[in-house]
Design a protein around this ligand. Structure first.
Ligand code: F6R
Length: 361
């Protein structure tokens, strides 16, 4: 049941602290800075040479996020939409680890991509939220999200759990390949352990509803970010468009000048996401859109005084490890999308033309 909430989506947004606690439960050790995955003991991934992350929609954004975490650790990693993966057929070897990210574990495009990867000799790992799903059955290994059932068509808590589980998995993979923990592992594990509390703080204090009211008559909504904040920008836009039916687009902040800037006007608010990845450059993108009259909502911890000073509005996130700040920024954007759709009286849990689980290609 909706347990007193008007929509499953809002209930599931609010369930994130508990979901994240379960996702990390028994899987990290803040004293040693170690990842402890029962399913993947140390050494499991020693032979891996490259990682392919295959997924669709929100799960693809989590895959892109994980590719950036792995790349930051020096591991070759690439994220693909599974529907494209099957067509492009990037070469794999037996030392390629293909991670299929799927909340439902039933998405047809992802299932098809897994089958092809397996047939080419890759090692396959399913990351899903559903025990015994089709994708799980086709893969060599599995890692469960434990986010609890998600009923709203728009994926919310499962994205947060996916990125968190992928951060743990990435640490295991990197440690195995490099034969040593990253010097930063303990900080990352501590930040992951604090994540449920940080998300709760956002849920308790967010001003997303005021932002949604302020900009409800806009022409379009744009989202920009760099590094791991790029998939968060794409996810912010996806959530916004699917439940509000308004035009929303996400871009890499670096992409702006190469075309999208032509769309920017005083009635296209821009959400700029700051996670500590070349924030200076994103700050100058923010000033560029403001020079075209667009209002900017910065999603940032208040560490960067210049961002806070120049932004028209700020959605604050608690200060944390830069590699997981995007999870927090995304929670603010989930809330903006929810409140915007609610003001427009959209059927939030069942947007038109969409299904929770896409079992045809
Ligand atoms: C967006 C959304 C979809 C799914 C996509 C993949 O809110 O829910 O984009 O993320 O259809 O679904 P799964 O993760 O079940 O493979």
């Amino acid at each position: 049941t909706k347990g007193g909430y008007e929509h499953y989506m809002y209930k599931e947004i609010n369930e994130q602290p508990g979901a994240l606690r379960r996702t990390t439960q028994g899987r990290l050790n803040t004293h040693t800075g170690g990842v402890e995955l029962d399913e993947f003991p140390p050494g499991t991934f020693s032979d891996v040479e490259q990682v392919h992350l295959i997924a669709m929609g929100t799960s693809h954004h989590a895959g892109m996020y994980a590719a950036s975490l792995l790349n930051a650790r020096g591991i070759p990693a690439y994220a693909f939409m599974s529907g494209e993966y099957s067509v492009v057929n990037p070469p794999v070897t037996e030392n390629t680890l293909v991670v299929a990210v799927s909340q439902s574990g039933e998405t047809a495009d992802t299932l098809d991509a897994v089958r092809r990867a397996r047939a080419s000799g890759a090692r396959t790992l399913a990351m899903t939220n559903v025990v015994g799903s089709s994708i799980t059955r086709e893969c060599d290994d599995e890692m469960l999200l434990r986010a609890g059932p998600e009923i709203g068509v728009a994926a919310t808590k499962t994205f947060s759990s996916q990125v968190t589980a992928l951060a743990l998995l990435s640490e295991r993979i990197a440690e195995d390949i490099e034969g040593t923990k990253s010097p930063d592992a303990r900080n990352l594990m501590e930040a992951l352990a604090r994540l449920p509390g940080d998300v709760q703080e956002i849920l308790d204090t967010s001003t997303a509803r005021e932002i949604a009211i302020e900009y409800q008559d806009s022409d379009a909504y744009f989202f920009i970010g760099r590094g791991p904040a790029h998939p968060v920008a794409l996810e912010g836009a996806l959530k916004f468009k699917e439940i509000s039916y308004e035009h929303a687009e996400g871009f890499a902040a670096s992409e702006l000048k190469h075309g999208p800037l032509a769309l920017v006007t005083p009635i296209t608010p821009v959400f700029a996401i700051f996670t500590g990845h070349e924030d200076e450059a994103t700050l100058s993108n923010m000033k560029e859109v403001q020079a075209r009259g667009a209002p900017v909502v910065a999603v940032t911890s208040e560490r960067s005084t210049e961002v806070v000073e120049f932004a028209d509005h700020v959605l604050t996130i608690p200060e944390t490890h830069p590699e997981i700040a995007g999870i927090l920024a995304n929670v603010q954007l989930q809330l903006v999308a929810y409140h915007a759709a609610k003001l427009l009286e959209r059927p939030i849990d069942k947007p038109r033309n969409l299904a929770k689980c896409v079992t045809v290609e």
